[in-house]
Design a protein. Structure first.
Length: 159
């Protein structure tokens, strides 16, 4: 079953690179008490993700903050080392938190996992959402391989 507006974010573990190495983060802790703009991509370093999706959220970070968003999170079914390297290559700095869903369990728990055999196996569908204190307030899921409804601008227009 796919997550919907009004649903609570499911319990899962994501991983973020810190100064001391990989840190596991429980979704219940990560989303508690704050407003987070989340977007997920099928893969780090992929063309649309690198040229449009991630750069859009980096460019709009101040606009999200001005609307009361506490953090922006980019999630992909990649390992934490890949997510860290991609964030550095894209110069995200502290504007976007790069979170790894290494085994795809979070995407699966959301009901937003897809199988891309030619692309590398189970991945996340492309989506964006606004999460307020663990509850989904906006959700934009792309159909097929499109990039139309999950952009930073689209999510900003809903806040």
């Amino acid at each position: 079953m796919t997550i919907a507006i009004g649903d609570r974010i499911p319990d899962a573990t994501l991983t973020k690179m810190s100064e001391t190495g990989p840190d596991n983060i429980a979704t219940s802790d990560y989303f508690a008490g704050r407003k987070v703009a989340v977007f997920a991509v099928p893969g780090a370093f992929t063309p649309t993700c690198s040229a449009q999706h991630l750069p859009g959220f980096v460019a709009q970070a101040d606009a999200f903050s001005a609307k009361g968003v506490d953090a922006i999170a980019c999630i992909s079914v990649n390992d934490v080392f890949v997510m860290d390297a991609w964030g550095k290559q894209q110069n995200v700095g502290s504007k976007v938190e790069m979170l790894a869903d290494g085994d795809g369990s979070f995407a699966n728990a959301l009901g937003l996992q897809m199988d891309t055999k030619a692309f590398g196996g189970p991945r996340s569908r492309r989506f964006s959402m606004l999460v307020d204190d663990g509850v989904v307030r906006q959700l934009n899921v792309e159909e097929g391989g499109g990039f139309e409804v999950s952009s930073a601008e689209a999510l900003l227009s809903q806040i």
